[in-house]
Design a protein around this ligand. Structure first.
Ligand code: GSH
Length: 201
């Protein structure tokens, strides 16, 4: 199994953490969507990371679809996304908020990095970052005050997606220690555990 993408990408990192949490052996090819467009297109016609090449050569694209497959095959009795019911809805909701937050954060970053300064529209960047910050605050409200995980008292995709979103937000200049202190604490604690520490870019 081969993961295509760099762990600086929150979507790729989410998949890498999931693979490690499930104890799945894999190799990784460090390619970035913008920096290695042609090489990435050879695996994913859309030119985006992550992609996952399975042992039989089948290619999966998009972190959500990749994780759905990993849950199905490796999740056993306690997949990182519960298989049904209220628990599944709760985890999926946090994951959707946190992946959406990453989408908005990256829209802001792309605007900063790819639009010439004289054509930039700062209110657009501010709006994207505000959407990201609002989503983080909504998930902050769910976070337990102590040392627990976000939901169900165990590691789920809620924690993994909150981790990558909080890290991206911090990288974009959002002061998460002040704005979302419980999420900030959660990511620091998760970083002490092998799936998170071993995937640090
Ligand atoms: N919804 C996709 C988003 C993937 C994505 O946007 N990846 C970024 C890297 S962080 C990328 O490859 N961007 C290049 C591009 O969009 O052209 C997922 O969850 O995998």
């Amino acid at each position: 199994m081969r993961l295509i993408g760099i762990n600086r990408s929150p979507y790729t990192r989410r998949v890498a953490i999931t693979l490690r949490a499930y104890g799945v052996a894999y190799e990784q090819t460090d390619l970035s969507g913008f920096g290695n467009r042609e090489e990435v297109r050879a695996t994913n016609p859309l030119g985006r990371i992550p992609a996952l090449v399975l042992d039989d050569g089948e290619v999966l694209v998009d972190s959500g679809a990749i994780i759905d497959h990993l849950d199905e095959v490796h999740g056993g009795e306690r997949p990182l996304t519960p298989r049904a019911g209220a628990d599944r809805r709760a985890v999926q909701k946090v994951a959707a908020l946190m992946m959406g937050a990453c989408d908005k954060g990256l829209q802001a970053a792309y605007h900063r990095n790819h639009v010439p300064e004289e054509k930039r529209h700062p209110p657009w960047i501010d709006d994207c970052l505000a959407q990201m910050a609002h989503a983080l605050r909504a998930v902050e409200a769910l976070a337990p005050a102590g040392k627990g995980h976000l939901l169900l008292g165990r590691l789920t995709q809620a924690d993994i997606t909150a981790f990558v979103a909080e890290r991206l937000a911090r990288g974009l200049g959002i002061d998460t220690a002040t704005a979302t202190p419980k999420l900030h604490g959660l990511t620091r604690r998760l970083l002490e555990t092998p799936p998170f520490r071993s995937t640090e870019p």
